[in-house]
Ligand binder design. Structure first.
Ligand code: NIG
Ligand code: FE
Length: 412
């Protein structure tokens, strides 16, 4: 049978195998095919193997000239939609103020909420577009984007509409897939209003988001300066009633029970974990919940790095994301997030690639991507060099020469 596309001249084709999340030692298992070829039909991978064994024809043959090929990266945690900037915070922190102090004083996330609420849906989508394009150029072929800077139900819906518009325009432009998450980010300043806000989220916002299919999951920021465990639980139980997946921002600064809540409720992932201790590590390792680490935050805020090495040694499934956002991680490269996970969180190159591909896909509930196996979507990256490890080695330059999505070259 003639396939649509044949990729030849591949020095190394590297992939994890099997759709399930890889945990512990299994995070090091990669299939590496030297002198490889890969064919694509109908936007999906038709065959992968040694070039010397290859038979069969294709409509189009592309010789990548001895470059390494890896799966398209999955960025499973971003806040790519926002208005305004946080350059004032950046300067204040450089002068010694902390992220939490700035937030507690009504700045930080709250200042982004003010700027975002004042922008239209069209403005928000237009502001986010170059950020998404930068992530795609860096190798991301599927990207999660959260709301959470809207605060009021109407403004959260507007953010989700902006993400929906962005998803449609990126799908048409390059085929990149964008998945939306409803993030319940910060509580009202007045403690007396917290209860009615949670009630409104559960009675109005989540049902409306579910009815309109505006998000696949609900995320809550569980932290001293944000939501408490009991409040988050109410929101999550409502999300589950509406058949939405759940995930958490938790253990970023303090351990207040977010990991335990997430594991108990079957969260897809618990994200951040910079302050996680032995109990949280063991809890995650014994669960199906993915431990998501975000090294850009530790770099930008100067907080401890999440215990990536310890999580993997304990048997957890670890994923990595950029957490692209204006306040805690202005990191516009999904490949760089993996490179930082090696330096800051103690992952090996193999573990980092698995964390940014198949495990990141699983953290989004997706099983048809993040791998170069027959039947998966044909999302792959051609590197500048012949060694796949460059994708997690290079700092400050893009290791990705070309991005292919659904069997179509969309960048490079
Ligand atoms: O993932 N920790 C809370 N939320 C975001 C930061 C958002 C912001 O600072 O604007 C995070 O770090
Ligand atoms: Fe985040």
């Amino acid at each position: 049978m003639k396939t649509d596309l044949l990729i030849t001249g591949v020095s190394q084709l590297v992939t994890a195998e099997g759709a399930e999340a890889k945990r512990g030692r299994a995070m090091s298992a990669l299939k590496i095919v030297n002198d490889a070829a890969m064919s694509v039909s109908g936007g999906r991978i038709a065959r992968v193997g040694r070039a010397s064994d290859w038979t069969g024809q294709a409509e189009t043959t592309v010789d990548v000239g001895g470059a390494a090929v890896v799966p398209g990266l999955i960025d499973p945690h971003t806040h790519a939609v926002w208005a305004g900037d946080r350059l004032g915070d950046f300067e204040a922190r450089a002068s010694g103020r902390t992220y939490e102090e700035i937030l507690a004083a009504g700045g930080g996330i709250r200042s982004t909420v003010r700027a975002t609420a004042a922008a239209s849906v069209e403005e928000l989508a237009a502001l986010a577009k170059p950020r998404i394009d930068a992530l795609v150029r860096s190798g991301a072929t599927t990207i999660e984007v959260k709301s959470g800077y809207g605060f009021t139900p109407a403004a959260e819906l507007a953010m989700l509409e902006a993400i929906e518009a962005l998803a449609a325009s990126e799908r048409a432009r390059c085929g990149a897939r964008i998945l939306a998450t409803l993030l319940i980010h910060i509580p009202p300043i007045d403690a007396a209003d917290r209860r009615s806000y949670v009630e409104q989220v559960c009675a109005e916002l989540i049902p409306e988001v579910a009815r309109r299919g505006l998000a696949a999951a609900v995320d809550v920021f569980v932290e001293r300066e944000a939501w408490q465990v009991g409040e988050a639980e109410k929101i999550f139980l409502c999300a589950k009633r509406h058949r939405l997946a759940i995930k958490l921002h938790s253990d970023q600064f303090h351990r207040i029970g977010g990991v335990e809540l997430g594991v108990r409720l079957g969260a897809l992932s618990v994200d951040h974990l910079e302050a996680a201790g032995v109990e949280q590590i063991e809890n995650l390792a014994a669960s199906q919940t993915i431990a998501m680490i975000l090294p850009g935050v530790s770099l930008h805020l100067g907080i401890p790095a999440a215990p990536g090495r310890k999580l993997i040694d304990a048997g957890a499934a670890v994923a990595v994301g950029t957490d692209l956002n204006p306040g805690s991680s202005p990191l516009y490269s999904s490949a760089a997030a993996l490179a930082l996970a090696v330096r800051m969180n103690g992952l090996t190159a193999r573990e980092a690639l698995v964390a940014g591909t198949v495990n990141a896909a699983c953290a989004l509930g997706l099983t048809d991507r993040g791998r170069l196996e027959v039947g998966c979507v044909a999302d792959f990256l051609v590197l500048y060099t012949n060694d796949w490890r460059d994708v997690v080695y290079m700092l400050g330059a893009n290791p990705v020469r070309a991005v292919w999505i659904g069997g179509r070259r969309v960048a490079g």
